[in-house]
Write a protein that binds this ligand. Sequence first.
Ligand SMILES: Cc1cc2nc3c(=O)[nH]c(=O)nc-3n(C[C@H](O)[C@H](O)[C@H](O)COP(=O)(O)O)c2cc1C
Length: 320
Amino acid sequence: MLHYEPKDLSVPEVHRLLLGGVAPRPIALVSTISIDGIHNLSPFSFFNAFGANPPIVAFSPSRRGRDATLKDTYNNLVATKECVIQAVTHSMVEQVSLASAEYSSDIDEFIKAGLTPIDSDLVKPKRVKESPFQMECKLLEMRSFGNTGASANIAICEVLKFHVTEDLFTNGIIDPVKIDLVARMSGSFYSRATNGVFSLEQPGTKKCIGYDQLPLHIKKSEIYSANDLGKFGHSESIPSLEDVTSYIQKVANEKIDGFEEGLEAFHRYQRLNDYRKMLKTSLMLNENQKIMIELSAKTALANNDIDFAWKAALYVGMIK
Ligand SMILES: Cc1cc2nc3c(=O)[nH]c(=O)nc-3n(C[C@H](O)[C@H](O)[C@H](O)COP(=O)(O)O)c2cc1C
């Protein structure tokens, strides 16, 4: 590993590390208005939400790295205490990038970016019509950390009103594929969230047994990945050895039409994700039986059949 203390690095080096390791970052497209009534629009990826009651979001219009001057968004926000923050979707990302160009404070960046301003209900800054998720906000606090180039100014805001396009929802939640958000990574990289969307069981209030409670032979297996072990650890209990034995006997004795034995059949069942037949074939093999059974358990885990995975995995510990 490489080890750094910020005091030994230049500011751009520290900045680059943060951009690479704290990612992907959601992007706030922030609309403000100056005291002279000029509309401003700029993206900020040092941004997140921090609580729901009241709804709190924060972003950092930091000092310019080049000359430590304050950005228009900062000046407008401090002067007027209002902004609108919108989510950035893939369909608008080029225009959002355009809004980040350094235009002087008398330029309306809605016009420069070609995005459409629409009236807000509770604050003066405009909303961006093209974004399907908009938050009217008031500034609660501006916290500044330093007054040199790239120092943070954290704008802590309360959301006064949400505006969300109706057809974004599936089963009551904003559908990650429908909203199609983008996020900021290091250098010039962005990430399109839909390309990497997956779901994970949420522990919630479950009393998960945890990694430490996994039987040693499972933890030491070369077949299971760290994520497989994590999935086992999410269980609330482990099947009893009696349950395991009777289940394995049932699988071994059941008659399945067209069932084939042997290694070739095992690999075909593996390709088909048929972990039950994988297990049944494994039970008839003499060589590498433990590995084959563990592969059956792994396939069951990948298909979220955790009970089956446990029974196969525990059975391996019972084989002499
Ligand atoms: C995707 C993206 C994310 C950005 N994130 C930040 C940020 O978190 N903080 C920041 O100070 N500038 C950030 N910038 C740069 C500002 O958008 C840029 O300095 C802008 O010109 C500021 O405009 P203003 O002076 O009108 O406020 C980002 C730019 C892009 C394209």
